[in-house]
Ligand binder design. Structure first.
Ligand SMILES: Cc1cc2nc3c(=O)[nH]c(=O)nc-3n(C[C@H](O)[C@H](O)[C@H](O)COP(=O)(O)OP(=O)(O)OC[C@H]3O[C@@H](n4cnc5c(N)ncnc54)[C@H](O)[C@@H]3O)c2cc1C
Length: 464
């Protein structure tokens, strides 16, 4: 007889396990499917391992900067085996903890398979779990994304890395070519450069992190060039081929039409992620996807099939651990606590964990200019902030954007020392909907970066 559950969770990213265990803790019977590694991308090849790698790279970088702080160390050598062990150790521990937690949870059955829909019978969704078919009236899709494979002639003749493979390399690459100058490419590129690789970043846009404001992307670009990272912007990859002495050669064409070849020992592709929706057999139950394969959801994260929800990156409404986890909170509150929470109410926020890090919330200056609002803006370079000077971390700037009519924040950008943390002061403040003038009267801690937020607000001016 077919096994019947109250709910089926497909994928164990940042929202699936939580919604599954929440329902099970209330006495519901839940099936959870995971076809690969428990914990998904954040745990296994995303946030946590990359930030572990970045921490090692940062320590090496700071050791090399000893003279700036008054000490000498002699030659610094990187023990990649130990760096890798740290990275892989954190991956394995966390993934195992999630698997153990789910397998031990009362009311949860774990299926270590890639699941797919078989069809629908009344209000029951039939889902294939390997050799078995089970059914439930509620299904939560948390299947995430995979690295996008570039469509470049010759790609099949060379080996290329995604973030997962790059984190498990046997040695530090001699010369790492990175295709894609956005978040993943920049974080990995700077980390491997600091760990000893020559790094070349190839980006088709006119600048790195092209979605950011000009002053921000130029400041990041300058840091990368100073660190000896070769940056090829406005460069379109033409073809890839094995290099004569091992590795790969990538032929690129620059904006002026000139063609040149970049030869590296390794090639990391960081050109974006594609949703894992193709193997779910979504048409069998009438679940629609958009042109890029993201599962279509309404503001409550309901798909086009009643009782089926899509959470996390697969719905295309966020691409972060925090957005995926918030999707869980929204669905939990709506299903179990009678709320009407919507993903559309969230203020987008994220960080780029380069050094210095970039913290962003709400609108950029570009977006504010296009919004038609009456915008006030103030900026301050990190080089004029006491704590940044004390730390010898003066790259970057703070930018605050306010709506002159409502006095509410529109957004903020903090590129600089602890920018990923500092920006959250604005983020939490925005959630209150209070006037920026309230922040001007708060008592900040000295000496910090965030202590300057109130005084920067005193310099707000209309956009020119
Ligand atoms: C290199 C890198 C760095 C990143 N850094 C950050 C960062 O610093 N901060 C941040 O917020 N975000 C970061 N992200 C993004 C972040 O990892 C994801 O946004 C986050 O993990 C949310 O993912 P998710 O919950 O949608 O699903 P995922 O974590 O992607 O998990 C989906 C799971 O579903 C499984 N699955 C797929 N299909 C099926 C199926 N049919 N049946 C069963 N199982 C299936 C997959 O195997 C996977 O385990 C990074 C991503 C990458 C790649």
């Amino acid at each position: 007889m077919m096994k019947r559950y109250d709910a089926i969770v497909i994928g164990t990213g940042q929202s699936g396990p939580s919604i599954g265990s929440e329902l099970a803790s209330r006495g519901r019977k839940v099936a959870v499917a995971e076809g690969y590694r428990f914990g998904g991308s954040c745990v296994n090849y995303g946030c946590r391992p990359t930030k572990t790698l970045i921490a090692s790279a940062h320590a090496v970088h700071m050791a090399r900067r000893g003279a700036d702080f008054g000490f000498t160390t002699g030659d610094i050598t990187v023990d990649w085996a130990r760096v890798r062990e740290r990275v892989v150790g954190i991956i394995e521990d966390t993934s195992r903890e999630i698997e153990t937690w789910l397998r031990g949870a009362d009311g949860v059955d774990v299926y270590p398979v890639f699941a797919s829909f078989e069809g629908r019978e009344g209000d029951q969704y039939r889902v294939r779990m390997g050799d078995e078919v089970i059914e439930a009236p509620l299904v939560f899709l948390n299947t995430g994304t995979s690295a996008r494979a570039p469509r470049i002639p010759g790609i099949e003749s060379v080996e290329w890395l995604d973030s997962e493979k790059a984190l498990r390399l046997e040695s530090v690459p001699g010369h790492l070519i990175i295709l894609g100058g956005s978040y993943i490419g920049l974080e990995m590129g700077q980390a491997f450069r600091r760990l000893g690789s020559e790094v070349s970043i190839v980006e088709t846009s006119e600048c790195l992190i092209s979605r950011e404001d000009d002053d921000i992307k130029h400041a990041v670009h300058a840091v990368f060039e100073r660190e000896g990272i070769h940056v090829f912007t406005d460069s379109t990859p033409l073809r890839a081929e094995p290099a004569p002495h091992g590795g790969v050669t990538l032929h690129v064409k620059s904006k002026d039409g000139a063609e040149h070849a970049i030869t590296g020992t390794h090639w990391l592709n960081a050109i974006g992620r594609v949703p894992n929706s193709d193997r779910l057999n979504l048409p069998a139950v009438g679940i629609e996807t958009d042109g890029r394969g993201f599962v279509v959801v309404n503001e409550f994260l309901e798909t086009t099939a009643p009782g089926v929800y899509a959470l996390g990156d697969v719905n295309g409404k966020g691409a972060f651990t925090h957005t995926s986890y918030q999707d869980f909170e929204i669905v939990r509150d709506n299903l179990l606590h009678g709320r009407q929470r919507k993903w559309t109410d969230r203020v987008q926020t994220y960080a780029l964990f380069t050094d210095p890090p970039l913290g962003r919330v709400g609108m950029s200056e570009n977006e504010a200019r296009k919004s038609g609002k009456n915008v006030l803006m103030a900026t301050k370079p990190m080089s004029s902030i006491g704590r940044a000077i004390e730390q010898a971390e003066t790259d970057g700037l703070i930018k605050l954007l306010v709506d002159a009519d409502t006095e509410k924040f529109l957004g903020a950008c903090v590129l600089g020392f602890h920018g990923d943390e500092v920006v959250q002061a604005i983020s939490y403040f925005m959630a209150t909907g209070a006037s920026y003038r309230v922040m001007m009267e708060t008592l900040p801690i000295h000496p910090t970066i965030a202590e300057f937020l109130p005084s920067i607000l005193g310099e707000l001016k209309p956009l020119e």
